[in-house]
Design a protein around this ligand. Structure first.
Ligand code: GLA
Length: 632
């Protein structure tokens, strides 16, 4: 697929350099789904990782301790399969051969008779337990722990070269070693080495580490070299494909929402962190949640948003805070986040294991349709999330973000159900069932989330709104020409910084991306005063790929959204089926009434929705595919 102009040329000069040819190419129908499909991530990965429990101080006993409980408690049978080492396993890189050396003081089974080291005994053991094994690495030369950890006893030792344990300049060698020779099934690749080692770093000046001119500036998208970062991660995914002939791998990208990764990870890896690290603090959980919650259209089978690992068991989510623990788990399940436990399970109480093992909540996360929940009601106080499941039923979560009790009213139309039909809700934590018509009031305890399986009479009886099926949509080109940071994440006090500095600023690119049931900037969808409660909001000069699972008709009501600011160019809407033009709207101007557009898509596998202007625009206007739907 052609790279977006903004990725090719960087933020500052995107406009002048949008070459008409490239602009035309990327809006041309691809005729096929272009998001990442390699690897083993049809469903969000589930498992355990050492970081939240142990930091860099890991060893074989700790890892196997939790692995044993995953099996004995029944969590493995419920889907938790990956046992992932995070940072702390490496001793050094052999400076002659380049081969990575494992810390045998912490991982005794890695000691080989010939004096070298191998994780094969550990991965064999995990595989024999019916589990999968994950390893941790770094895209630069030096790791996050080397830059930031205070526990020096757990870090690599030796010369500067021996301490360069990251993948940089060793991608093929390391990936081959980790997957073919050592038998891992999963890799998390971090990125501190490409952001933290400028020539001015005192530890570079002192000769402790080699300089790496930063590619990422976490505070500034404009100063980040997005195409270079993307290229480094693309190299890793290609190496993973080369060294995993069976495709049984997971590629977890960990650059914490930086480098506009929330927009491009879906083309490169299987899951990608949407924010900086989670902490076992309520506000921080909200922050991580928010970093993924408006990215539903950017997640689908094969590639998932990752708001970071679970902190259930610790701090605000510990055994004395089960309400918060249930909320954290419910929300990660609704967002199709990877469910990676971050707790020393040897200490888990039965109640905590019960939360992690709630099969009904897990089933929402593991639903094969892969639809991340969509926001149906959104305020700072409370949010309602609705997730369409593969059997056509829904799940709804009512989240109380505040520390006070709240009364909330859920309406049938928020579920896209008819007012005059019965709506039945099954509470997935208590098993209680209620039936109502039109609306129902709920009491939410402080920080509580109620999660229900919902049944009702669909407003659209004959099929699905496209906004109900984000797992089948790929915003191949979302119209963003200059990456901007999203302002809608919860702003809490940073745990490691306190109130020093001047506060938390927007930092995660992707603002203005395609949205379900709202405009790219979070507004109500509306064209010439006509409001739409279902639809896709996206910028002009965009192309959306939509998988069609046997439906016969595509329909929508389209126009330039009322929130448009430039308004200088009319926008034409096109519908393609497997690469062939099926329907076209004619040019639509700002303020013009919305027009219907429809197409026969019988037998079509991929529908593409293109909205384009005659000439490229610096800041394309928002357009609305109102009530866009696939029907029988
Ligand atoms: C980064 C990652 C964490 C963890 C640490 C290890 O901070 O975001 O998840 O892997 O590095 O040092």
């Amino acid at each position: 697929m052609a790279l977006r102009p903004s990725l090719l040329f960087g933020a500052a000069c995107a406009v002048a350099l949008i070459a008409p040819a490239a602009y035309a190419d990327e809006l041309d129908p691809a005729g096929k789904w272009t998001a990442y499909e390699r690897g083993a991530a049809d469903l969000p990965p589930m498992g355990w990782n050492s970081w939240n429990a142990f930091g860099v101080a890991i060893d074989e006993e700790k890892v196997l301790g939790s692995a044993n409980i995953i099996v004995s408690s029944g969590l493995a049978a419920k889907g938790y399969r990956y046992i992932n080492l995070d940072e702390g396993w490496w001793a050094r890189r052999n400076s002659t051969t380049g081969r990575m050396v494992i810390r045998t003081d912490r991982f005794p089974s890695a000691r080989q008779r010939n004096g070298s080291t191998s994780f094969r005994p550990l991965t064999d053991r995990l595989h024999a337990m019916g589990l999968k094994a994950g390893i941790y690495s770094e895209i630069g030369r030096n790791s996050c722990g080397q830059l930031y950890s205070e526990d020096k006893s757990s870090l690599p030792t030796g010369t500067v070269a021996e301490r360069e344990v990251g993948l940089h300049d060793h991608v093929d060698q390391d990936i081959r070693l980790y997957f073919e020779e050592w038998g891992f099934d999963y890799i998390k690749v971090d990125g501190c080495g490409i952001r933290g080692l400028p020539a001015s770093n005192p530890r570079v000046i002192s000769g402790e580490f080699r300089e790496f001119p930063p590619l990422i500036d976490s505070d500034s998208l404009g100063r980040t070299n997005i195409p270079a970062v993307r290229a480094l991660f693309t190299d890793v995914s290609q190496a993973l494909e080369r060294h995993n002939s069976d495709d049984d791998f997971i590629f977890s990208i960990c650059i914490w929402g930086a480098a506009d990764v929330r927009s491009w990870a879906k083309n490169v890896g299987n899951m990608s962190r949407t924010s900086e690290d989670i902490f076992p603090i309520w506000g921080r959980m909200l922050f991580n949640l928010d970093s993924a919650s408006r990215r539903a259209l950017y997640a689908h089978p094969g590639s998932w948003n990752d708001p970071d690992m679970l902190y259930i068991g610790t701090g605000d989510f510990d055994a004395d805070h089960l309400t918060e623990a249930r909320t954290h788990f419910s929300m990660w399940a609704m967002l199709n986040a990877p469910l990676i436990i971050g707790y020393d399970l040897r200490r888990a109480t039965p109640k905590l294991l019960e939360i992690l093992g709630n099969t009904k909540v897990i089933a929402l996360n593991q639903d094969p349709a892969g639809n991340q929940a969509v926001l149906a009601y959104d305020t700072d106080d409370t949010q309602f999330y609705v997730k369409t499941l593969s059997d056509g039923t829904k799940a709804v979560a009512l989240l109380n973000r505040t520390s006070a009790p709240l009364q909330v009213t859920l309406t049938a139309d928020q579920l896209k159900y008819l007012d005059d039909g019965d709506v039945t809700l099954e509470n997935l934590w208590t098993g209680d069932t209620i039936t109502f018509r039109k609306e129902h009031e709920f009491a939410l305890a402080p920080r509580e989330t109620l999660v229900f399986k919902a049944r009702g009479t669909r407003t659209l009886a004959a099929g699905y709104y496209i906004s109900e099926m984000p797992g089948s949509v790929n915003p191949a080109v979302d119209g963003i020409t200059v990456p901007e940071a999203e302002p809608l994440t919860y702003r809490g006090i940073l745990p490691w910084q306190g109130t020093r500095g001047n506060g938390e600023h927007p930092r995660y690119g992707g603002w203005g991306g395609a949205q379900a049931d709202m405009t790219p900037y979070g507004d109500q969808l509306a064209v010439a005063g006509h409001r739409f409660f279902s639809g896709i909001g996206v910028l002009a000069n965009s192309r959306l790929e939509v998988r069609n699972n046997g439906f016969k008709r595509f329909s929508a009501t389209v126009g330039v959204d009322d929130t448009a600011r430039d308004r200088s160019q009319p926008v034409t809407f096109f519908v393609y089926g497997d690469g062939r033009l099926l329907a076209e709207s004619g040019p639509k101007r700002f303020g013009e009434a919305p027009s219907p557009i429809e197409a026969d898509v019988s037998g079509v596998k991929l529908v593409e929705l293109v909205a384009r202007t005659a000439e490229p625009m610096r800041f394309p206007d928002p357009v609305t595919w109102g009530e866009a739907a696939l029907t029988r």
